[in-house]
Design a protein around this ligand. Structure first.
Ligand SMILES: Cc1cc2nc3c(=O)[nH]c(=O)nc-3n(C[C@H](O)[C@H](O)[C@H](O)COP(=O)(O)OP(=O)(O)OC[C@H]3O[C@@H](n4cnc5c(N)ncnc54)[C@H](O)[C@@H]3O)c2cc1C
Ligand code: SF4
Ligand code: SF4
Ligand code: SF4
Length: 934
C-alpha cells in the first residue's frame, strides 16, 4: 500500500545516480496521494530497446523536471519527464504527475533535489496510487500510441504551437488538432465507456444528465440526439444552447462595462472565453493577455454550475448525486472540465465522434425514430443567437445582437452583422452606435490566424477567437470534415436553425428572462455561478520560450583526441547508422515533374543499435543535412568562420525529450548541418523570437523563407545562441516505404522516391549529382512497417495505392513472384498519367495480380478519375475478397480527405453485396485493415 512515509523515503533518497535507476530531479515530495506514469517509445524498435534497457537497468538521463512558478499548475499537477540515454532519436519519456500537496510543498521549499526511483518501483507506485485513489488523477484528453506512429509529422504541422505528440503540459493547448489529422489513430482521445458508466451510476442512485453543444446539430438532428441519449440511459437531456444565451447576457454586459469604464483589470479589447483551447493559449503562451479575457465561463460550464448549484437545490437533489456529461464537438472541453475553478460542475465529456464511433449510440435507431423528442425543461428554450455559437463568428454575432440592444435600445442593423458569416481567416464587424461612435469587433477563424490580429488588437472593442477553422462545427471531436465545403455546409445548417428560431437574440429568450428577473436576479449569485478567473501557467520572464523546450549549447571543455575529433565532425543522430547511395535511376520521363526515382541504398550496419536486416513491408528512415551554403551563411551571420566551425567543439544538452542529442561533443558545423533544421518553414517558437510580444511576423517576412533566414532577421545579440537553437526544429527523419523485397534484395534497400519541390531530403538525394551523393554518407535506419507481407501465400489481399504509395506493393509483388505465391490479390492504383508517372508496371505484370484497376486523374481533361471512383466501379471484385475472413487490406499513399473518400466508397459499393461498414470495423479490430498514409 502506498504511504506518505514510503514516498518521503523516495524523496530523501541520495543525490547520486546509481546504475539501474531512474533519477528524477524533483522538489521534495510530501503527502503524495497519486502519481501516474506512462512510458512512451517513439516507435516499436525503441519500445523494444526501452524494454530491454529496463530489463538491463541501464542508467537513464534526467531532463526537464522543474516545478515551475507559483500558482502555475493551480488546477493540475505538474508533469515531470525523464528521458532515456538509449541510442534513439526521440527517446521514451517517463511522465509523472505530482499531486497538489506536493506542488504546495514544492512552492514553499523550492530547493531542488534529486530522487531515485527504480523502474520497477515506478510501475509499482503507479499501480498502488491508482488503487489508493483512482479518482484524483487528471485524465489527459489525448493519448499517444507509439506503435501506430509513422513519423509523418502531420500532427506537428497541424499544431498551432508546433508541438509534437508529447502533450507537454506547459505548452500544449489540448485542442486535439493533432488527433484530427493523424492518419493512423496514433493520437486519439480515449473514449469513456458511456453505457457501462451510466448503468453503474444508476446502480449508485445518481441522476444522470447530458447536455448537448450547439455545434452537434450540424451533424445530428435534435430528435436523433435526444432519442439516442435517452436510449443510452440518461435521465435527462438538457440543451447547452440555453446556457449559450446566458453566456451572451453576461458577456454583453461585461463588454458594455468595459467600454464604459475600462480599467487595468478589465481592459479593452475583450476576448471571448468560450474556447478552452484559446484559454490554454493565453494562460500558457500569452499570459499578458489574461486581463483581456472575458471572465464568463463557457456555456457548458455555466449549465453545469446552474444545474448542480441551483436547479439541484430546487429539486431537493444533492449536487453530489448528479452526474453531468457534456456531448461536445471538442476535445479541449475534456481538459476544461478538469479546471479547479469549475468545481466539477461537469463530470465528463464525450465527443460527437465518440458517440457515433463507439457503437453504443444506436445511430440507426435514432435515425429511424419517428417520435418528436425534444430537450428536457427547464433547459430547452433558446434563441437563434445561441444556435450560431457553433460557427466561427457566431459568438460575436450573438453578443452584438444583445450588447447593441443594451447600449442603444434597438436591434443592430442586420447588414452590419453580415461579415461575421463570411468566410475568411480574420473578419471585422463595425456596429454604428450613434453619430461618430461605433463598436469594432474582430473574429479570428482558427488559431493559426491569431498573430494577424494581435498586433492591431487595440483598434477593437471585442475579439472572438476560436481554435478550429469554421468554429466548433470543425472541432476535433466532430467527425472530420472532408473539406472546407463540408464545414460551410455545417455552418449553413446552424444558420438555417437560427432563421427558424422563435427568438432572435439571447435577451429575448423567455426562460432566460424569467431566470434573470427571478432566481438569478442577484448579481453576486450570477457572478458566482457564471464567472471564473485565469492563471499564468508559464514562467513570466521566459514566456516566449518554454523552459521545457530549452536546448543548451556551450563550448566543449574537455580536449578530445584526433581520432575522436573525426567522430565529432561526422556525428550523426542517435539510433542512426551511416549509409550510402549505391544507385539512382529516374523512372519518369525527363522533364516531367514531379520526377520519380528508384534508389538503391546500402543496408545499415546495425552498429547504432537498430536492425541490420529488413522484411518486406518495412520502412527506411533518412536524416538529411542542411544545404552546405545555408549553413555557411548562417555561420557568417553568427560571426563565425565556416572553416573554423569544423574544428570548434560544442556540448549540447536538451530539456526537450523529443529533441535529444548524442551525449558527446560535436563540431559547431555539425550541429548546424545535421541537427538544427535550417531549411524548413519558420517554426512557431522562432516566430515568437522574431516578434516576442505577439508572435506576429508579417506574412511577407516569412513567405518562402526558411528557419535560417528568420534567424538572420533577428536583432544581433538579442538572443543567445542556445535560445536560437531552442526555438528551431531539429531535423527529423524522413521515412520511406521500402520498395524492394528482402527475398530479392537482402543486401540492398530500394526506394521509390518522388522529388518534392523545396524538400530537404529529396533536394539532397534527387537533385545533387549522383557522384556527389554516392560519396557523401547519409544517416539512415530501418524500422518495422505497419504491414509485413503475409508468410502464408494464400492470404487474399486488397491493396490500394496512390503515387509513390505503390512502393511497398512493389515489394509485395516481388515477394509473390520470388516465392511463387498465388493468393488472390486485387490492386487499385492511382496516379496522374498512364504514360508518365505510372511507374514500375513490369512489377505488376510479374507479380501476377488477380485483378487491377487504375485511376489516372489527369488523363481525361474533362473528368478527373480517382481511386475512390475505381473502387466504386469495381465493388464486386473488391468485396469478393474483403468479405473473406482472412483477407488483408492495405492502403499506402497520401493522407487527408482521400482516406475518408476511399472508406466511404468501399462502404457504399458494398451495398447489395454485404454490410461493408461492419466488415471494415471488424477488420480494423482484427488488425487486417492497414493504413500507411503520409
Ligand atoms: C511511412 C512513410 C512512408 C513514406 N514512403 C514514401 C515513399 O515510398 N516514397 C516517397 O517519395 N515518399 C514517401 N514518404 C514521404 C517522405 O518521407 C518525405 O516526406 C518526402 O520525401 C519529402 O521529404 P523532403 O525532406 O524532401 O521534404 P521536406 O523538407 O520534409 O518538405 C516537405 C514539404 O514542406 C515544404 N517546405 C520545405 N521547406 C519549406 C520552407 N522553408 N517554407 C515552406 N515550405 C517548405 C516542401 O516544399 C514540401 O512540400 C513516406 C512518408 C512516410 C511517413
Ligand atoms: S502518425 Fe503522423 S500524425 Fe500520427 S502521431 Fe505519428 S507523426 Fe503524428
Ligand atoms: S493538442 Fe493541439 S496544441 Fe497539443 S500537440 Fe495536439 S495540436 Fe498541438
Ligand atoms: S473552436 Fe470549439 S471545438 Fe474547437 S477547440 Fe474551441 S471550443 Fe473546441
Amino acid at each position: 500500500m502506498l504511504t506518505n512515509r514510503s514516498l518521503q523515503t523516495l524523496a530523501s533518497a541520495p543525490l547520486r545516480l546509481p546504475a539501474g535507476s531512474l533519477a528524477l530531479a524533483l522538489p521534495p515530495l510530501r503527502a503524495i496521494s497519486t502519481a501516474t506514469v506512462a512510458a512512451k517509445a517513439h516507435d516499436r524498435t525503441h519500445q523494444q530497446s526501452v524494454a530491454a534497457s529496463a530489463a538491463r537497468r541501464t542508467p537513464l538521463f534526467v531532463s526537464n523536471s522543474r516545478v515551475l512558478g507559483k500558482g502555475l499548475f493551480f488546477h493540475r499537477p505538474p508533469l515531470v519527464t525523464a528521458t532515456s540515454t538509449l541510442p534513439s532519436y526521440a527517446p521514451w519519456t517517463l511522465t509523472w504527475r505530482l499531486p497538489y500537496a506536493a506542488v504546495a510543498a514544492a512552492q514553499t521549499q523550492p530547493k531542488q533535489q534529486e530522487i531515485h526511483v527504480d523502474v520497477g518501483e515506478v510501475a509499482r507506485l503507479r499501480d498502488e496510487c491508482r488503487a489508493v485513489n483512482p479518482e484524483c488523477g487528471y485524465k489527459p484528453p489525448l493519448a499517444f500510441d507509439p506503435t501506430k506512429c509513422l513519423e509523418c509529422w502531420a500532427c506537428e504541422k497541424a499544431c498551432p504551437v508546433g508541438d509534437k505528440f508529447l502533450f507537454n503540459q506547459s505548452t500544449c493547448l489540448l485542442c486535439g488538432k493533432c488527433a484530427q489529422v493523424c492518419p493512423t489513430g496514433a493520437i486519439s482521445s480515449p473514449p469513456m465507456p458511456i453505457r457501462e458508466t451510466l448503468s453503474k451510476l444508476k446502480e449508485e442512485g445518481k441522476v444522470t444528465i447530458a447536455q448537448v453543444a450547439p455545434a452537434i446539430r450540424s451533424v445530428l438532428t435534435e430528435e436523433q440526439i435526444c432519442y439516442g441519449l435517452h436510449d443510452l440511459g440518461f435521465d435527462m437531456v438538457f440543451d447547452t444552447n440555453m446556457a449559450a444565451d446566458i453566456c451572451i447576457m453576461e458577456e454583453a454586459a461585461e463588454l458594455v462595462t468595459r467600454i464604459t469604464a475600462p480599467s487595468q483589470e478589465s481592459p479593452l479589447p475583450m476576448f471571448t472565453s468560450c474556447c478552452p483551447a484559446w484559454i490554454n493559449m493565453v494562460e500558457k503562451h500569452y499570459p499578458h493577455l489574461i486581463p483581456h479575457l472575458s471572465t464568463c465561463k463557457s456555456p457548458q460550464a455555466m449549465l453545469g454550475a446552474l444545474v448542480k448549484h441551483h436547479w439541484a437545490s430546487q429539486k431537493g437533489v444533492s449536487a453530489d448525486d448528479i452526474f453531468m456529461v457534456s456531448v461536445m464537438p471538442c476535445i479541449a472541453k475534456k481538459d476544461e472540465v478538469q479546471r479547479v475553478q469549475l468545481e466539477h460542475a461537469v463530470d465528463a465529456v464525450i465527443t460527437t465522434k465518440e458517440l457515433m464511433d463507439q457503437g453504443s449510440f444506436d445511430l440507426e435507431a435514432a435515425k429511424n425514430n419517428t417520435q418528436k423528442l425534444h430537450f428536457d425543461q427547464p433547459f430547452a428554450e433558446h434563441s437563434g443567437g445561441a444556435v450560431i455559437f457553433g460557427a466561427s463568428g457566431g459568438v460575436l454575432e450573438a453578443a452584438a445582437r444583445t450588447a447593441y440592444k443594451m447600449v442603444t435600445g434597438n436591434e443592430p442593423p442586420h447588414a452590419s452583422l453580415q461579415p461575421a458569416r463570411q468566410q475568411g481567416d480574420v473578419k471585422e464587424l463595425v456596429l454604428p452606435v450613434k453619430e461618430g461612435v461605433e463598436i469594432k469587433v474582430a473574429i479570428v477563424n482558427g488559431m493559426d490566424h491569431l498573430s494577424e490580429v494581435l498586433p492591431h488588437m487595440d483598434k477593437y472593442h471585442m475579439i472572438e477567437v476560436m481554435n478550429c477553422e469554421g468554429g466548433c462545427v470543425g472541432g476535433a471531436g466532430n467527425p472530420r470534415a472532408l473539406d472546407l465545403k463540408e464545414i460551410q455546409k455545417r455552418q449553413q445548417e446552424l444558420y438555417k436553425r437560427d432563421e427558424k428560431a422563435t427568438y432572435f437574440a439571447s435577451h429575448e429568450t423567455p426562460a432566460v428572462e424569467r431566470l434573470y428577473k427571478g432566481e438569478l436576479k442577484d448579481e453576486h449569485l450570477r457572478h458566482h455561478l457564471f464567472h471564473t478567473h485565469y492563471n499564468h501557467r508559464f514562467e513570466k520572464d521566459q514566456w516566449h520560450l518554454p523552459a521545457t523546450k530549452l536546448i543548451h549549447v556551450k563550448p566543449a571543455t574537455t580536449p578530445v583526441s584526433p581520432p575522436a575529433m573525426e567522430h565529432c565532425k561526422t556525428l550523426i543522430p542517435i539510433g542512426f547508422d551511416e549509409i550510402h547511395v549505391k544507385d539512382r535511376v529516374r523512372v519518369t520521363p525527363e522533364g516531367y515533374k514531379p520526377a520519380q526515382y528508384v534508389f538503391k541504398f546500402t543496408v545499415p550496419s546495425g552498429a547504432a543499435g537498430g536492425p541490420s536486416t529488413y522484411r518486406t513491408g518495412d520502412h527506411f528512415g533518412l536524416v538529411p543535412c542542411n544545404p552546405p551554403e545555408l549553413v555557411d551563411r548562417l555561420l557568417m551571420w553568427l560571426g563565425k568562420d565556416p572553416m573554423r566551425a569544423h574544428e570548434e567543439l560544442v556540448e549540447v544538452t536538451s530539456e526537450d525529450p523529443l529533441r535529444a542529442f548524442p551525449g558527446m561533443p560535436m563540431t559547431l558545423h555539425r550541429l548546424l548541418s545535421q541537427f538544427v533544421d535550417l531549411n524548413g518553414p519558420v517554426p512557431y517558437y522562432l516566430r515568437r523570437l522574431v516578434s516576442p510580444d505577439t508572435g506576429f511576423v508579417p506574412p511577407e517576412a516569412v513567405a518562402h523563407k526558411n528557419a535560417a533566414e528568420a534567424i538572420m532577421s533577428l536583432p544581433k545579440g538579442k538572443y543567445s545562441f542556445s535560445e536560437i537553437v531552442s526555438a528551431c526544429d531539429i531535423i527529423h527523419p524522413r521515412f520511406y516505404s521500402i520498395a524492394s523485397s528482402d527475398t530479392r534484395c537482402p543486401d540492398e534497400i530500394e526506394l521509390l522516391v518522388v522529388d518534392v519541390p523545396g524538400g530537404l531530403c529529396t533536394g539532397h538525394i534527387c537533385r545533387q549529382p549522383l557522384e556527389y551523393i554516392q560519396t557523401t554518407p547519409i544517416a539512415g535506419k530501418l524500422r518495422k512497417g505497419v504491414f509485413n507481407y503475409p508468410m502464408d501465400g494464400n492470404t487474399p489481399m486488397v491493396c490500394v495505392t496512390v503515387g509513390s504509395g505503390f512502393a511497398p506493393v512493389r515489394a509485395f509483388l516481388q515477394e509473390r513472384k520470388d516465392r511463387g505465391l498465388s493468393g488472390d490479390f486485387v490492386l487499385v492504383h492511382g496516379c496522374r498519367h498512364a504514360s508518365k508517372d505510372f511507374v514500375c508496371q513490369e512489377d505488376i505484370q510479374d507479380g501476377g495480380v488477380s485483378a487491377s484497376f487504375y485511376a489516372f486523374s489527369r488523363d481525361d481533361p474533362k473528368k478527373k478519375v480517382y481511386i475512390h471512383d475505381k473502387i466504386a466501379e469495381n465493388g464486386a471484385a473488391v468485396w469478393e475478397l474483403l468479405q473473406r475472413p482472412d483477407c488483408q487490406f492495405f492502403y499506402c499513399g497520401s493522407s487527408g480527405k482521400i482516406l475518408n473518400q476511399m472508406e466511404t466508397a468501399l462502404i457504399k459499393c458494398s451495398e447489395g453485396i454485404c454490410d461493408g461498414g461492419s466488415i471494415i470495423r471488424q477488420m480494423k479490430g482484427e488488425h487486417r485493415y492497414h493504413l500507411e498514409a503520409y
